[in-house]
Design a protein around this ligand. Sequence first.
Ligand code: KIV
Length: 279
Amino acid sequence: MSTVASVKRISIPQIRSRKGAEPIVCLTAYTTQMARRLDPHVDLLLVGDSLGMVLYGLDSTLPVTLDMMIAHGAAVMRGTERACVIVDLPFGSYQESPEQAFRSAARIMAETGANGVKLEGGVEMADTVRFLVQRCIPVCAHVGLMPQAVNIAGGFKATGRSDEEAQKIMLDAQAVAEAGAFAVVLEGTLEPVAAAITAALPIPTIGIGASAVCDGQILVSEDVFGLFSDFTPRFVKRYADLGSQISEAAHTYAQDVRARRFPSREHCFLPKAAGSAKI
Ligand code: KIV
């Protein structure tokens, strides 16, 4: 009999059941090591296509491929045992048809072992959401500011400023909820609009730049830990400054190497007689 208590992963129905209850804590993760650190503290980890910008230095999420998402999704699954993990469907892997979306999502589910997928879009994606959910693929939708639509929107701007825009986001959120999405990410959305949507939907809203009224919150981890850029967007709270710590550590390492302070004797393999080399 095992003495180690087995940890059970938080399921999609458990996330869904948090509507109007304890806020859902979410962060992004792209790598095994980061996922391992975050796993004990969060309810949900998103392997977001933001990895294109954050990890790969791309200008947008558009060049991110399905193979990249699968490789990082599998890496995050290897680093977690508790958090519910969902993986973004990247641009071009689902917009063509529900069938294309199913093929892409099925690869993600089978090759990563993740709990579900996320896709961007509202009314126009409702049929696709329904198609996936009816075929056993849990879907988190994403409305409001949609980074994959950057060229249509003309930039990354907060949404819901006009009545027309606010109404559109509401209709988008309602359409994906009716289609069976288990949750919806509301990005860059004005507080009153996020509040109205959160009140209207039977599923949890997960906000990023959409205020505390949402049923949960998500941020890009590298923004939270100061690992991405020096610029902190208004909706981000930086909880650590690891980027500066890395720069300082690299500077000290470089100085030590140049001054031959590193490696010192404790970091060297020495003959047995001369010391106690451990491998
Ligand atoms: O790709 C991503 O990281 C996301 C979050 C910002 C919600 O979609």
